[in-house]
Design a protein around this ligand. Sequence first.
Ligand SMILES: *Cc1c(COP(=O)(O)O)cnc(C)c1O
Length: 376
Amino acid sequence: MEVTDIVKKAARTFETPFLIIDLDIIEENYRKLAAAIPDCKIFYAIKANSHPRILERLRDLGSNFDVASIGEIKKLMNLGVTADRMIFANPIKREKDIAEAYDLGVYLFAADSTMELDKIAENAPGSQVVIRVAVENTHSDWPLSRKFGVDLLVAVDLIAYAQKLRLTPVGVSFHVGSQNYDPHSWSNAIERVAKIFYWAERNFGIHLRVLDIGGGIPIKHVKPIPTVEEIGEIVLQSISEHLYGVRNLQIFAEPGRSMVGNSGILVSKVLLRCQRGSEEWVYIDAGVFHGLMETIENFRYEIEVDGKESEQKIPFVLAGPTCDSVDKIYDDALLSYNITLDDIVYFINAGAYTVEYGTNFNGIPSPKVYFLQDLL
Ligand SMILES: *Cc1c(COP(=O)(O)O)cnc(C)c1O
């Protein structure tokens, strides 16, 4: 999303910090992915941004949803999304959440351990399960593969174990890591997990039919990214190479960031500029606890200073407003040399994983959310 006149006007009207979202961009993202991988069942990973207006728009488009807790399930149900449109994809669930989800009608769960399968069999008997496999996460900004997923051989054992527990193992899932820049991460992952389909059939007579390609599709920040069309083409190509023999194959995707990231701009304001030793610091009213949590791992946003876009840029230490030293955004943010008190600072394409992490730390409220559609 670009800093348009409407965004600039909002920046002068509303108290900062806030996130401004264009719902039409989210709709476009959904449609583009649906076209890039036809017949793919899209489960929006709502932890990226679970604002009800976003969920309603995706609900009306026919999206399904990837949920991680009973809180997310209930939030969706209150918006009229039925349980059969959800996958409980977090491989680490509370037992009572599993039981409650099952009572509400959720029948599709992910797991990557025997204990989790035991918990599902006990609390959601007979449910469908997908087994999460660890795949290469090297070209992503947020690797996930050490915390989640198992090796191929373990995955096949878990599939057999699930069947023994009278669950219904339907397929495998993976995640190439969030904000992954290399489309071949998906084809490499598909080539790997394809073996599981054949082994499960041959060794245990279990027919798997779900290939869940997870999330990880990137949005534009400071580095070039592949388009969703390019990723889709590579996914389809590798499916036709490695899974051509699988009857009734159903592709699932769990996009989070790529559904909402480019739909929003985080708008903040300068609270202080000062010299600390040899460094120049700029403090703004958004920060690690207020919308910019992802910057703790040096996740890079494109930043613009309102009205000073064409000024010469020099490096500053950029920090948030709270009394915690973790609340430092970048050591080397390039900002207009004459940035000063009350200047408006935009973080471009900040619709994902920003307000969802908002805290009330130091009594400073989480950034509010406004929608472009309400301001037109
Ligand atoms: C967070 C998450 C996603 C979404 O990942 P993105 O990189 O935001 O697209 C998908 N699947 C699972 C299981 C997740 O935990």
